[in-house]
Design a protein around this ligand. Structure first.
Ligand code: FAD
Ligand code: DHB
Length: 396
């Protein structure tokens, strides 16, 4: 097989990149090691930044997101027996967030790519990449029928997530990492959301988050120990703890329902600054991980591939490599700001092991300042809805 851009991974990064390239007349082939059903059901991110929702509209993919997604103009922060609202809309000159499940985004983009004739090879195995230092790198894999395959391309986009094979292929990486001493236990429940907006709660027992996927589905998270055994958390215990941490003012209670899905996610900050090696470009979770508290992971993946698509469009139009050369630096400026925000939200809202009362008082003062002061609230709001992305058309 021969194509212009070989894409490893059909997550949000790989699918959006392929779509953006297609709009520029650039061909791609995607390979994915899971089944289509698996990636379309994998529950992960839920919050899209303002500019991501606008981009999705601009590229003709917004119909289902606009009808089924939930636009939110604010979020709430609960602490010390009270709840305060951050008015995202008023604080950012009219911006909002879109609550639309990552799996819905994936469904929309898989359907669009296949309809446009872009090959997506699902259930591939033995994936390896070759000759990234040359002008003709290649991706080798075994297809789902057991046949060996090779894609020869101009450029490889490593969109294969944190555990993929592309990042390990880069020698001499510059890497930064921080692992947090806690994890999130997440559930999806067949219950109507108990609030119109997301609630981030900092409680002495630990952090909790109320989110949602639809008017009938609530998504909830609890801070737990990093090595927590999920069997120690039967549904009853999860509900008791959620009620305790989220119902701090006594005036509200959480709707409960059947638990449809339950899982534990570790928390880390990770950046591989070596996002490019020869003709290999890393994008999304393949290059960086944020702790989920700021809801930035999927949005950063979208930002990387928008930069990459524009740089590739310039390269194919004029042969100029300046934008491709600048790709890591352009992305890293945004990535480190999102890392800082995610680290800050995580540190402010979670209980650390052996945290002393002084440290807790400092956290509570910081939440009080942030939520009770316009400058503090605006700093949170601007980061939460997504820092400005220049608004030029794709490929500009
Ligand atoms: P991925 O979505 O990981 O996609 C990579 C793809 O590559 C996958 O489909 C994988 O199967 C495939 N793959 C891997 N290895 C290979 C291989 N060798 N060959 C072929 N294919 C391969 N982010 C937010 O912004 N907000 C949130 O609320 C949020 N919540 C989260 C909750 C959970 C439980 C988790 C795990 C993550 C969450 N994130 C959240 C992070 C977000 O899901 C990721 O940042 C996002 O999925 C990154 O997209 P990606 O395309 O870079 O990587
Ligand atoms: C969701 C996840 C997050 O990490 C977050 O900060 C907000 C919402 C969610 O899954 O809905």
């Amino acid at each position: 097989m021969r194509t212009q851009v070989g894409i490893v991974g059909a997550g949000p990064a790989g699918l959006l990149l392929s779509h953006l390239l297609h709009r520029e007349g650039i061909e791609s082939i995607i390979i994915e090691d899971r089944t289509r059903a698996y990636i379309e059901a994998r529950i992960r991110a839920g919050v899209m930044e303002h500019w991501v929702a606008e981009l999705v509209d601009e590229i003709g993919m917004g119909a289902r997101m606009r009808s089924e997604g939930l636009r939110h103009d604010g979020i709430e922060i609960s602490f010390a027996g009270q709840r305060r609202r951050i008015d995202l809309n008023a604080l950012t000159g009219g911006k909002s967030i879109m609550v639309y499940g990552q799996q819905e985004f994936v469904k929309d983009f898989v359907a669009a790519r296949l309809a446009a004739g872009t090959p997506i090879h699902f259930e591939v195995t033995d994936v390896s990449i070759h000759d990234v230092d040359s002008d003709g790198p290649s991706i080798r894999f075994t297809d789902r029928d057991g046949a060996p395959q090779e894609i020869v391309c101009d450029v490889i986009a490593g969109c294969d997530g944190f555990h993929g094979i592309c990042r390990p292929a880069i020698p001499d990486q510059v890497v930064f990492e921080r692992v947090y001493p806690f994890a999130w236990l997440g559930i999806l429940a067949a219950a109507a959301p108990s609030s119109d907006e997301l609630i981030y709660a900092s409680h002495d027992n630990g952090f909790a988050l109320h989110s949602m996927r639809s008017p009938q589905l609530t998504r909830l998270y609890l801070q737990v120990a990093p090595d927590e055994d999920i069997n120690e958390w039967p549904d009853d215990r999860v509900w008791v703890e959620l009620q305790t941490r989220l119902t701090q003012d006594g005036k509200w209670s959480l709707n409960e329902g059947e638990v449809l899905q339950k899982g534990i996610t570790p928390m880390r900050s990770f950046v591989c600054e070596t996002m490019r090696h020869g003709r290999l470009f890393l994008a999304g979770d393949a290059a960086h991980i944020v702790p989920p508290t700021g809801a930035k992971g999927m949005n950063l993946a979208a930002a990387d591939v928008l930069v990459l698509a524009r740089a590739l469009a310039r390269f194919y139009r004029s042969g100029a490599t300046d934008a491709l050369d600048a790709y890591p630096a352009t992305c890293l400026a945004r990535i480190w700001k999102a890392q800082r925000f995610s680290w800050w939200m995580t540190s402010m809202l979670h209980i650390f092991p052996e945290q002393d009362p002084f440290a807790r008082r400092i956290q509570l003062a910081e939440i009080d300042f942030t939520t009770g002061n316009e400058a503090g609230a605006r700093a949170l709001a601007e980061n939460y809805v997504g820092l400005p992305f220049d608004d030029g058309p794709v490929g500009a």
